[in-house]
Design a protein around this ligand. Sequence first.
Ligand SMILES: C[S@@+](CC[C@H](N)C(=O)[O-])C[C@H]1O[C@@H](n2cnc3c(N)ncnc32)[C@H](O)[C@@H]1O
Length: 158
Amino acid sequence: MQWAGLVAPQASVLDLAAGRGRHSIFFADRGHKVTAVDRDVGDLPDHPNIERLKADLEDGSPWPLSDRRFGAVVVTNYLHRPLMPQLLEAVAPGGVLLYQTFMEGNERFGKPSRPEYLLKDGELLELVRGCFSVTAYEARLISDPMAMVQRIAARRLT
Ligand SMILES: C[S@@+](CC[C@H](N)C(=O)[O-])C[C@H]1O[C@@H](n2cnc3c(N)ncnc32)[C@H](O)[C@@H]1O
């Protein structure tokens, strides 16, 4: 929400691993056309601005969005590293990546605690280096709930 103002009015939004769609709803209510992807779309609301796309992102199936590009890609509390190239490619030139998830150190507070679900120090920065302009980056402890997270807001250059 803090960086939603970076997303151009009317820009399309991809909410990857959308869950119950809290970010899909947020952007849809602001007038954006949202594509919400999850393996379980049953909890996603009916909303005229939300396209629900049921897909397992980890079973080896092709990337479900083929070559579609979005004005913003939002990912929160989800990490599956093999998807990173497609996820970055899904951000249109000039579009925005908003990504927040757990990082190493979170195992002190609970789950996720396995390394494959925890970003390494600086990983989101490394991910976008060279292709995105970084507006904001944080790696820190948050308190509600207590968790170690990394978050980035970055604009795709080309
Ligand atoms: C912790 S929830 C985060 C939901 C949402 N992004 C949020 O922050 O409220 C993780 C989401 O990832 C989805 N997910 C996990 N594995 C998946 C897979 N293999 N394919 C698609 N979605 C998956 C789950 O269904 C769940 O909705």
